[in-house]
Every structure is written in structure tokens, then in C-alpha cells.
Design a protein around this ligand. Sequence first.
Ligand code: ZN
Length: 224
Amino acid sequence: MMEQKDDALLLRALPFSDSSLILHLLTKNHGRISLMARGARRTKSPYRASLMPLHHLNIRWREPRTGSMGTLIEVQRLKPLLQEQKMLAGQTLLAKASILFPDGVHAGFNELWNALHTLSHRPEDSGVAAAIWSMMLDAGWVGDFEHCWQCSEMIHLSEVMFWKHSHLCCVTCAQHQGLTVSSGCRKSFRNHLTNSNIQLADSYTNIWNEMIRSSFSAHQIKHN
Ligand SMILES: [Zn+2]
């Protein structure tokens, strides 16, 4: 059976039997994988201290003879990717990344890595929104702030747009319905994604969170 080695980010660890864990990981070169970590829940397991979410991990595993789940052989915990006080916010990112980059998708590692970087360089509230939005962009869920996502028309940043049916729409397409996304709001979102020195007003952060929330719930309805 072939052994593999890769950089990885732990999405989640689910208990399996009395002593083991099933791990969901995003790897740099192997996409999303699931691994069995045998004995990982035992007090003396060497995995206990190293299997940490929101850390850069280096893992070694054995590929399965059949099926899709390999077996973890070794894990090295490298650096933490978030400050201690942002670890809880980081969990929100992991949950979203797990939905955006499901099994079978080859992407995810770099996208989550960059999102964690985005969060670590911004205030927690607006940083979570910016980080999740950056992954949604990478996953192809959302478009940019300069075009109507319905008619593709370029809309100058000085104009108002509307958030309607989980799409950012021009005035014509939205027929003045939906959540108003002002010119200032669009400019701030765009700048906040790339520039860590932009302060986002609470009201803008709330609008952004509503856009994210409705996108995820629309996606859930589509796939259930
Ligand atoms: Zn339009």
C-alpha cells in the first residue's frame, strides 16, 4: 500500500469506535481526504497533541487497499494560523470551508489557508465575513462587486445595487427590491477583501453577514 505525505488543514475530527477518530482534511496536493486515526482518542496517543485544527499540519498516511479512507501514520503540528483569541472565529471558517469544498473537490487547502490569513489580519467581526467571502469567491459561489450578477452589466461603484435572491443585482434587474447595497458598502467590501487597514462599519458588516447567510441557505435548498 502506498504511503503519502502532504501539508494539511484539519476540517473536523469525528469520534469512531471507543478510541479512534475519522479526520476530514484539506491537503495541498491531494485535495480533500478522509483518514482514520487509530487510537487517537487514547490519552497516550501521540496524535492527541498534534491533531489541532487551525494549525499547519504535515501528515503521512497509508492509502487504502479498497474504499476511500486511508490510515494516518504520522502527524506533525507546525505553526498556528490564527491568534489564540480568534480560534473560535476560525471554527466558523472551518464549518464554511467544509461546505464550500466538499469530498471529491480538489481545491480547498490554499483557499482556506488564505482565508485564515485574511481573518488573522482583520478585526474579528468584519474579518470573518471577509474571510468567508474570499472562500466563496474562490469556490465560484459569488461574483464581484462591479457587475450585476444577473445581466453582467458593469455597475459603477458610485451606484446603488440590491441583494436579491442571493444575487447582487443592478437597479433594473432588482426592480428596486431586496436588500440595498449602497455604493459605500460595495466599495468597502471590495477594499476590505484586499486591504487590512479598512475599518468596516457595523451596518456594512451586518449586510455582508446577511448576504453570506442567504447564499449558504440558498445553496442548501438547491442541494437537498
Ligand atoms: Zn442587471
